[in-house]
Design a protein. Structure first.
Length: 198
């Protein structure tokens, strides 16, 4: 029998952990969160791109001696705002992170704007045996004019994916986790891990 491989997912976001539990089910691979390994240091995300921030998350754990690490950075890119809030999605309206305030700022910035096109991005940096690989996932959609729904996190109440009539925050968790940006990036990572195990 194959030995179980443990991979640390460098996130303190419990919503992301729950989503990835739904998305990423591979026999012999166990994903541990920062909570599972009792890692409480702050990871400063001062990179200038999703990739750089994902790499910073990986480096913070590599320094502690972990060898199999997933760093994921994600965010919302709004076409009419030139790609903002992008890498600043979590802290769009300042610190401490406040999702409701972020949504209010986003809706205010888009008031009267006809082009509501947006996408979520999820960029994974994966380290194993000293080798770094990147995987990306995107989902297109639009920003609604009002928030609706209470599920999920972040901008979910104002993001309606293309070809759906409801926001992410109105969807069952399983549905969001079968179409989302994170679904796509983690599925790419799973393919890579499977190909390495063959
Ligand atoms: P990260 O934890 O540094 O990757 O920051 C991601 C930020 O992007 C979150 O705090 C949210 O504001 C936003 N975000 C990323 N993915 C999602 C999602 O699936 N739904 C809603 N907001 C998201």
């Amino acid at each position: 029998m194959l030995k179980e491989k443990e991979i640390v997912f460098a996130t303190g976001n419990a919503h992301k952990v729950a989503e990835v539990d739904l998305i990423f089910q591979m026999p012999n691979i166990k994903i541990l969160s920062l909570k599972d390994i009792q890692f409480t240091d702050e990871i400063v995300e001062d990179g200038l791109s999703f990739r750089e921030n994902a790499l910073l998350k990986v480096k913070a754990l590599a320094k502690k001696g972990y060898t199999n690490i997933i760093g994921e950075d994600s965010g919302l890119e709004v076409e009419a705002l030139g790609g903002e809030p992008g890498i600043y999605s979590a802290r769009y309206s300042g610190e401490p992170v406040d999702h409701d305030r972020n949504i209010r700022k986003l809706l205010a910035n888009l008031e009267g704007v006809e082009n509501r096109k947006a996408r979520f991005a999820s960029i994974i940096c994966y380290l194993e045996n000293g080798i770094i690989s990147y995987f990306e996932g995107y989902i297109n959609g639009e920003i609604t004019t009002d928030a609706s729904g209470r599920k999920g996190f972040g901008y979910d109440p104002v993001f309606k994916p293309l070809n759906y009539e409801v926001t992410f925050a109105e969807m069952e968790d399983k549905l969001k986790s079968s179409i989302s940006h994170r679904y796509k990036s983690f599925t790419e990572l799973a393919k890579y891990l499977r190909s390495k195990n063959q």
